[in-house]
Design a protein around this ligand. Structure first.
Ligand code: N01
Length: 541
C-alpha cells in the first residue's frame, strides 16, 4: 500500500491550481478540485495542517459556533460519523476533526507543509502564476487560490521593550505545542478580545497571580458549554439536511430564526425577557439577532448593551473591577463580542485583577515586567492576546504581482478592493476564499468557506469546459462591489467602533470596513446569479 503522506511527484507541468493554506478552506478546496478532475496542490506554512486550529493552542481555545454547525456539510457520511463531544468544540477536538478529514479524503499526498509562499507573479504570456516559496523554489499553476485565512497574521502590540522582557513571552496565536504551565507563576495577559477572554479563566485557575491589561472592555456572553449528549447528537444528525439549508439561507450562517421586530417596538419587559432567555441559553448570536435593529439603531443597541452591562456588574464582586470590566464607548456587537466560560467570575478569585489601560497606560515592558504610568508590575510570563492583522494581512504578506507586475500591496494602499471578496481586477486567475468584501468573519466561517470553495471550483471547471484560459473581475464590477460593501456597512453601527473589522487595530492600516454585512444567504444568491449569468462582472478570455 502506498504511503498516503508521500507528496505526489512531478511539478514539471503547471498545476491546474495551487492552493495556499491548509486550513478548513484549503483542504476542502483541494478535495473539491480533485473531484472536478483538476490537478491541485496545497502549500502550507505551518508544520502541520489545520490553519487557525493548528496555531491557536492557547488555554481555553474553543470555537464560538456550535460543533454541529462548525463542521463540513459536503459529506453526509462525515456528518453522520463524526462524534462531537461538546456543544462548542475545543481546539484539540477541531484539529482532530481536520486531521481525520484529511485522512478520510486522502488529502495529505497533495499537501506540502512547512512551505511558506512568499511571492507570486502572473505570467501573462503563459497565463500561469509563478509561485515562489521561502526555500527559493518556483511552482507554476494556472490558478492561484489564497486560502490563507482571515485571522492568521498575529499582531504584536505597539509596546516598547517586549524584546527586553526576561521572562516567558507568549502570543495566543503562536502557542507552544508542548503547552505552557502557569502553576505558581505571576502572569500578565495583555488584550481582552476573544483570545484573552477565553484564556483568562484557565490561566487564572493555575497561576499564583494574574493581571489582565485591558485597553477596551469588550462585551462577553456566556457560552454555557456542556458535553453533547448522545440524544442531542443523534437529533442533530437526523436534522442535518434542514439545519444546513437554514444555515446557508440565514444571515450569519447559523440556523436560527431571523429577527422580525424592532427592539424598540416591543414592551421593555418583553425585550428584557428575550435577552434573558438568550443569555441563559448561551451563545454568540442570540442577543444581537433577537431584533432587527440591534446592529443598526443606536437606541435599540443600547437596550442590549445595558442588559449585558448589568450582567457584568452582577458577576464581578469588586465594584472597582466591575466598573473597569463594564464595556462602554462602542455599541454592542460592533467589535466582535466574546463567548466565555467564567471570564467575569475569574476576577472574583484571589490574585486576579484587571488594569484599565485607559486610566493607566503601559509605558513599556521592562526586564522584570510591565511599567505603566502608575507603577511597575513584576511578571514571570506575559501573554499577548493582541489580535491579528485581519482579512488583508495574509494576502499582503505575500508579494502578489498581477498583470504587468502590479503589486497587491500598492493596489490596496488606500484600502482593499475586490469583486465579491472572490478576486481582484488585474490579478487574473487568482481567487480569495472568504476574502475582504465577503461575509466571512461576520458569519459561521464553515458555511462561508464551503460556499466560496464550491463557487471557485465550479468557476474553474466552467473555464476549462469553455476552453478559456483566464478570468478576472472587471475594474467596474470591482469598484461597484467595493463601494456597495462600504455603503452597506455605513448603514449599520459597525463603523462606530475601532475594531479589527475596520483595520483600526493596526497602526497605519487604512480605515476601511472589510467584511460584507449583507448576510450569507443574500450574498450566496448573488454569487450564484453572477455564475448563472456567465460570470457577470468578470472578463473571460
Ligand atoms: O484579537 P482582538 P483576538 N496595548 O483583536 C488589545 C476570532 N477568535 O485574538 O480593543 C494594549 O479581538 C485590543 O485592545 P483594543 C474572533 O473573530 C475567535 O482576541 O484594540 N492592548 C484587544 O483587547 C475574534 O474577534 C475565537 O483597544 C492591545 C485585544 O488586544 C478574533 O479572532 C477565539 C494592544 C485584541 O483583541 C480576534 O480575537 C479567538 C496594545 N498595544 C479569536 N494592541 C472563538 O471562536 C491590541 N490590544 C471563540
Amino acid at each position: 500500500m502506498p504511503d498516503v503522506r508521500t507528496p505526489s511527484p512531478s511539478l514539471s507541468t503547471p498545476l491546474d491550481a495551487l492552493i495556499v493554506g491548509a486550513g478548513f478552506a484549503g483542504l476542502y478546496m483541494l478535495h473539491r478540485l480533485r473531484g472536478l478532475g483538476l490537478r491541485a496542490r496545497v502549500f502550507e506554512a505551518g508544520s502541520g495542517i489545520g490553519g487557525t486550529w493548528f496555531w491557536n493552542r492557547y488555554p481555553g481555545a474553543r470555537c464560538d459556533v456550535e460543533s454541529i454547525d462548525y463542521s463540513y456539510s459536503f459529506s453526509p457520511e462525515l456528518e453522520q460519523e463524526w462524534e462531537w463531544t461538546h456543544r462548542y468544540p475545543g481546539q484539540a477536538e477541531i484539529l482532530r476533526y481536520i486531521e481525520s478529514v484529511a485522512d478520510r479524503f486522502d488529502l495529505h499526498r497533495d499537501i506540502r507543509t512547512g512551505t511558506r509562499v512568499t511571492a507570486a507573479a502572473f505570467d501573462g504570456a503563459e497565463a500561469v502564476w509563478r509561485v515562489r516559496t521561502a526555500d527559493g523554489a518556483d511552482t507554476a499553476a494556472r490558478h492561484l487560490i489564497m486560502a490563507t485565512g482571515c485571522l492568521s497574521v498575529p499582531k504584536a502590540p505597539e509596546i516598547d521593550g517586549l524584546d527586553r522582557f526576561g521572562g516567558r513571552l507568549l502570543h495566543t496565536a503562536r502557542w507552544p505545542h508542548e503547552g505552557a504551565d502557569f502553576t505558581g507563576r505571576r502572569v500578565a495577559v495583555i488584550g481582552t478580545g476573544s483570545s484573552g477572554v477565553q484564556s483568562v479563566p484557565v490561566i487564572a485557575g493555575q497561576a499564583a497571580a494574574l493581571t489582565v491589561f485591558q485597553r477596551t472592555a469588550n462585551f462577553s456572553l456566556p457560552a454555557r458549554n456542556a458535553p453533547l449528549s448522545a440524544e442531542a447528537l443523534a437529533e442533530a444528525r437526523r436534522g442535518y439536511p434542514e439545519r444546513r439549508r437554514l444555515a446557508r439561507a440565514s444571515h450569519t450562517g447559523v440556523p436560527m430564526p431571523e429577527p422580525q421586530a424592532s427592539a424598540l417596538e416591543v414592551p421593555a419587559a418583553e425585550r428584557e425577557a428575550a435577552y434573558r432567555r438568550h443569555w441563559e441559553r448561551g451563545g454568540l448570536f442570540g442577543i444581537f439577532r433577537s431584533y432587527t435593529d440591534v446592529l443598526t439603531d443606536a437606541e435599540a443597541n443600547r437596550t442590549a448593551a445595558d442588559f449585558i452591562r448589568e450582567r457584568v456588574r452582577e458577576a464581578v464582586a469588586d465594584p472597582r473591577a466591575a466598573e473597569a470590566l463594564t464595556p462602554r464607548g462602542h455599541p454592542f456587537g460592533t467589535k466582535r463580542p466574546c463567548l466565555d466560560t467564567g471570564y467575569y467570575q475569574a476576577f472574583n478569585r484571589d490574585g486576579v485583577d484587571v488594569v484599565d489601560l485607559r486610566a493607566e497606560p503601559i509605558e513599556r515592558v521592562t526586564r522584570e515586567g510591565v511599567r505603566t504610568s502608575a507603577r511597575e508590575y513584576p511578571f514571570d510570563d506575559i501573554v499577548l492576546a493582541t489580535g491579528f492583522d485581519a482579512m488583508t494581512g495574509a494576502l499582503t504578506a505575500v508579494d502578489l504581482r498581477g498583470r504587468g507586475g502590479t503589486g497587491l500591496r500598492g493596489a490596496w494602499a488606500g484600502g482593499w478592493r475586490t469583486y465579491l471578496g472572490l478576486g481582484m481586477a488585474g490579478f487574473p486567475n487568482l481567487f480569495t476564499v472568504t476574502g475582504p468584501g465577503s461575509p466571512s468573519v461576520l458569519s459561521n466561517m464553515l458555511v462561508s468557506i464551503e460556499q466560496h470553495v464550491e463557487w471557485i471550483g465550479d468557476c474553474i471547471a466552467a473555464l476549462r469546459d469553455r476552453g478559456a484560459a483566464v478570468i478576472e473581475p472587471t475594474p467596474q464590477a470591482q469598484e461597484a462591489w467595493t463601494a456597495h460593501v462600504g455603503e452597506a456597512a455605513e448603514a449599520t453601527l459597525f463603523p462606530r467602533a475601532d475594531s479589527w473589522y475596520l483595520g483600526a487595530n493596526v497602526p497605519g492600516k487604512p480605515r476601511v470596513f472589510m467584511p460584507y454585512v449583507g448576510g450569507v444567504g443574500p450574498y450566496r444568491e448573488l454569487c450564484t446569479q453572477v455564475a448563472e449569468d456567465g460570470y457577470a462582472g468578470f472578463a473571460i478570455a
